[in-house]
Design a protein around this ligand. Structure first.
Ligand code: IMP
Ligand code: MG
Length: 170
């Protein structure tokens, strides 16, 4: 593997997730929240975020993919859907990174007929300069420039998800 440079270290990530958790607690006072994690990249962020929130949180997961290596294929495929009903529920889609916006757009359309009371989006990272579909992303950890990043759930060909920081490959 090429050299990996640290873009955002563990302490900065955790401090920011603390702030995001407080914001979500304030917005969802006393409400149960369904955290809908997009497999697999959202797992570390979903855990770090949810453990800082006192509300009742239900974990659900959905699996989609769009990337091969460092290039987006642009086509989203659904590999695993949710089994439990989200009708009437307040859902937060939890994502590792919003890049072109195609994955979130696909999911919002997919979830439309499932009857959730509300759907918001929380992402650890966002690359606004890459957006193809304009989206309103409710909770953003860090806005980053157009670099291919790894770690904290983000992979390069399925590897490097377990790095405890966000790095980029030279
Ligand atoms: P979008 O559909 O273009 O917004 O892409 C979202 C998905 O692409 C994310 O869930 C990631 O899995 C993947 N992705 C986008 N940028 C990166 C990156 O810099 N590193 C690793 N995965 C990425
Ligand atoms: Mg992903």
């Amino acid at each position: 593997m090429e050299n990996i440079n640290v873009l955002i270290n563990k302490a900065r990530i955790e401090k920011r997730i603390d702030e995001m958790a407080k914001e979500i607690e304030k917005d969802y006072e006393g409400k149960e929240i369904v955290f809908l994690g997009i497999l697999k990249g959202s797992v570390p962020f979903m855990w770090e975020l949810s453990k800082r929130i006192k509300n009742d949180i239900i974990f659900e997961f959905i699996e989609v993919s769009s990337y091969k290596g460092t290039e987006s294929t642009g086509t989203i495929s659904l590999h695993k859907d949710i089994k439990n009903s989200i009708e009437g529920k307040d859902v937060i889609i939890v994502e590792d990174i919003v890049d072109t916006g195609k994955t979130i757009d696909f999911l919002l359309k997919h979830l439309q007929e499932k009857g959730a009371n509300s759907i918001k989006i929380a992402t650890l990272l966002s690359k606004p300069s890459r957006r193809v579909i304009e989206l309103n992303v409710d909770y953003i950890g860090f806005k980053i420039e157009d670099k291919f990043v790894v770690g904290y759930g983000l992979d390069y060909d399925q590897k490097l998800r377990n790095l405890p920081y966000i790095g980029y490959i030279e």
